[in-house]
Ligand binder design. Sequence first.
Ligand code: 6PG
Length: 246
Amino acid sequence: MDEFEHIKIQTDKAALVTFATRRIVNMIHATLQVNDSFHIALAGGSTPRPIYEKLATEYSAYLDWDKIHLWFGDERSVAPDDEQSNYRMVDEALLQHVSIPEANVHRMHGEDDPTEAAAAYETEIKAAFAGHNQLFDLSLLGMGEDGHTASLFPGTDAVHERDKWVLAHHVEAKGNLWRITLTFPALLKSANIMFLISGAGKAEPLREVLYGDLDPDTYPSQIIAQSDHQHVIYAIDQAAAAKLNQ
Ligand code: 6PG
């Protein structure tokens, strides 16, 4: 694979959404040819929402929801019906529109004590993937303009966590909230990782994440981007790609 094959530049956000949705559906079909389930960790934020909406509409009839398990990469420590909840966004975009068994939706309990909720989620992950050397078949990730991903923000100890798979911490950026997040060790145990990055505001940080000197306290997403993981792809639009050749 050439070094740029994993960077999939689409003309605009709509094309990014179409590309990413098709790639996810293809991964689900390919995995279910050989496995009896597909486990995907969903990203929060705004970029992935239209992807979830497409999965719930155009593609739903082609998906065996009984075999698909939805996990969360991170959650804000709020109630599941709070407008800041990633679960609420997924519920509105996807869950309300498909017949997926409740047991297949693995929600981070933002309404609970964050440290307890993080520990409970780690226990749930360990039980679900016991005996496997990988976790999710696919983890979807967004990237903030500060280079964060999931709730792994610049300057936080969470970026350096190497033992826990899920942790809770208070983050001043993006809402001044307690958050529950998968850690980089857990994310890097995904069979596949897909970053979903759109917009001119992401161009500078994306270049630094992909090609900048390693400085994960400043650009946490580098821990994945500059790792030796062989199955990370970037579904990005031209606006986000604008500074990759500078
Ligand atoms: C969150 C997300 C976060 C998001 C990035 C990008 O809980 O906010 O997990 O990591 O993916 O901030 O967000 P956008 O896709 O909205 O730019």
